[in-house]
Design a protein around this ligand. Structure first.
Ligand code: GLU
Length: 387
């Protein structure tokens, strides 16, 4: 009964593992989950209050498919002022999380015969979203030996006439790599030589950058390319709002208009009162974001220090986001087997690197309480010692 594209579709493993960990916990198993990238903090109180007030004020009906005008305006102002990417309201679409922004964009840009250029390791939803749009995927290896950073020469070598869209995810999931200003400028120089290639910058982790690194928006560094640079962002990671499902797509207004049309024919507007919470977040001061980011810095450090102490584990320290992506291949197990056994034998839920295009590694999230990180490290240590 299923269509060929449904048959080819794999469910999101990050969500599946996180759900399985929760279910096992509910069944009474002693589980430590360092799986999904989900801040354990509460959404800040002023954001919750704004959504509750909007609910009480009657923001309970259909709104424009593109998003509440005030929120689109606030996102345009944020991108213009904070990211230095001049953005008008008609260039912004409010989506159900960053994921729907990516999905919509892939649907309106990609078609059979097109290829998505994907630096690897990559976040696991990009390839499936591209295939759902009928496109093929070309990965560009960015190994730990190069700090998981995309090299401009490797990018240029991978480009063919079919290359339609490049994904840049910085700070990156699962590696935490943060592209420097110089690296982005080198990438922009390549893009200038290949006018058929558009770029989507997934900046969902923009606020989570380790000390000594800085987030830059490519579109700010290469305003001449702004017409083919798309920005995806959202409230989930920076403001601890994963369940709210508020993201955005920004860029070329003609493409955004097509994405709005697609959204109007699929999901319509994002939950109306949730958008008012997001409005408070995006318009509000960044103190809460900075405070949570500082705590993630400590946890990232805690996780990395703990991993570096384990024999046979090699780690390229993450420069942002809230994951560590250590190489455990010295133990001779593929990442899926390793993660299944970690869950079965010591109750540790982590994500196999194979899902991100790197079977030598596993992904551990430090978006968890410090006690949970210590507990997870101890379980991993015990398991590795038993091998
Ligand atoms: N992006 C997060 C992760 O990689 C959340 C789960 C998902 O949407 O994949 O864990």
């Amino acid at each position: 009964m299923l269509s060929a594209r449904a048959k080819a579709l794999r469910p999101s493993l990050t969500l599946a593992i996180a759900a399985k960990a929760k279910q096992l916990k509910a069944e009474g198993r002693d589980i430590c989950s360092l799986s999904a990238g989900e801040p354990d903090f509460e959404t800040p109180a002023f954001i919750r209050a704004a959504a509750a007030a909007a609910l009480e004020a009657g923001h309970t009906r259909y709104g424009p498919a593109a998003g509440e005008p005030a929120l689109r305006q606030a996102i345009a102002a944020k991108l213009s002022g904070e990211n230095l990417v001049p953005t008008k309201v008609d260039q912004v679409l409010v989506t159900n999380g960053g994921k729907q922004a990516l999905y919509n964009l892939f649907q309106v840009l990609l078609e059979p015969g097109d290829s998505l250029l994907l630096p690897a390791p990559y976040w696991l939803s990009y390839p499936d979203m591209a295939r759902l749009a009928g496109a093929s995927v070309t990965t560009i290896p960015c190994g730990a030996d190069q700090g998981f950073h995309l090299d401009a020469a490797a990018l240029e070598a991978a480009i063919t006439p079919a290359s339609k869209l490049l994904v840049l995810n910085s700070p990156g999931n699962p590696t935490g790599a943060v592209l420097s200003r110089q690296e982005l400028e080198n990438i922009a120089a390549v893009l200038r030589r290949h006018p058929q290639l558009a770029v989507v910058c997934d900046e969902i982790y923009e606020y989570l950058v380790a000390p000594g690194h800085q987030h830059h928006s490519l579109a700010a560094l290469a305003p001449d390319l702004a017409d083919r640079i798309f920005i995806v962002g959202g409230c989930a990671k920076g403001w601890a709002m994963t369940g709210w499902r508020i993201g955005w797509l920004a860029g070329n207004s003609a493409v955004v208009a097509a994405a709005i049309a697609l959204q109007s024919q699929s999901t319509s507007n994002v939950c109306s009162f949730a958008q008012y919470g997001a409005l408070a977040a995006v318009q509000g001061p960044r103190d809460c974001v900075r405070e949570m980011a500082a705590r993630f810095d400590l946890r990232r450090e805690q996780l990395c220090q703990g991993l570096l102490k384990l024999p046979g584990v090699s780690l390229q320290p993450p420069e942002g986001a809230f994951y560590a992506f250590p190489d455990l291949s010295a133990y001779g197990l593929d990442s899926m087997t390793l993660c299944n056994r970690l869950l079965d034998q010591v109750g540790l839920a982590v994500v196999p690197g194979v899902a991100f295009g790197e079977d030598r590694c596993i992904r551990l999230s430090c978006a968890a309480a410090t006690e949970a990180i210590d507990d997870g490290l101890e379980r991993l240590r015990g398991f590795l010692a038993s091998l």
